[in-house]
Design a protein around this ligand. Sequence first.
Ligand SMILES: [Zn+2]
Ligand SMILES: [Zn+2]
Length: 356
Amino acid sequence: MATDIPNQMKALRIHGVGEKYYKLEQVDVPSPKGYEALIKVGAAGLCHTDMMLFTGEFKTDKYPLIGSHEPAGTVVALGEDAKGTVKIGQRVAGMLHRDVCGECTDCKAGLPKYCPNSLYTGITTNGAFAEYEILDARYLAPIPDEMSFEQAAPMTCAGITIYTAIKKAKLKPGQILAISGLGALGHLGVQMAKAMGLTVVGIDARPEPIAMTEGLRLAPDLCIDATSLKAEEAVEEIHKLRPKGYEGWKGADATILTSDPLSAQRYAMDITRRHGTYVVVSQPDDLRFTYQDIIFKDLTIIGSLHGWTEDLKECLDLAAKHGIKSELSCYKLDKHEEMVDSVHDSKRKGKSVLVF
Ligand SMILES: [Zn+2]
Ligand SMILES: [Zn+2]
């Protein structure tokens, strides 16, 4: 490795289920092998999934583990097979997948993001809450020059997940997309959907994210506070967004669910039009719908998982082109406990990011 790379680095490690915070520790800087790239981390996002490692909702036996699967940084070293993928000195955003097997049915079907044998950085192998991180060089995306590391980092999970879900909704420009939940994914999603030419409705039950979303340059065409408008009233408001002469069904053509509560699920389903599409990206313990929803209303209910390198490249380019930004709370390493606390703050809006 290059001589200016130290032997040791600072890292935030989780030591097991039930802990409240990461421990700030000194660990060895890893060396890249095979298709791996060593990244000097510029910024790393904190995601809801990171919190699921503290509670044990996401099972892993890889403790102690460096957290975060939302990396952005600079390539400083490459494994022997990684030459020609990215260049030393290049600014990149990373996918969480590592060691995709290439041999399972998903990999052979061209669906490597579902590979059950792959490692996930920050979840089943060390992640980006460290000064350096190993990533798979084949799944890196260049960061556009005008984009900072702290803006690029949330794109690698929150951004790519909502971008892929919008694509999966398969709407045409002018059609109505509702996004339920205006947190990290939702506030990015409304901006992306506007940039993609959709008519956009944002829904939340908390005043802070609604106010933040209404203030965005690419704000939704309509923001709904679910605590003050019944679903049937919301449908009428959404209908007013239709062009004159529209004779179709009332409600959103597709709705993306990014929030967990059952009340939010019901609301999101009720404001989706007949024969519409309901895309689930949140991971609630209990996901409910009725036979009326899928038989008589003929809703198509689908899920959407993260994304792949092409999606990451597209969403970084879309964000750079249209000035799509995350609302950020940035933290230095010594403030990592405040960063974790921020996730549990009900007034939280946007993304919490660790910056180096
Ligand atoms: Zn995530
Ligand atoms: Zn595989």
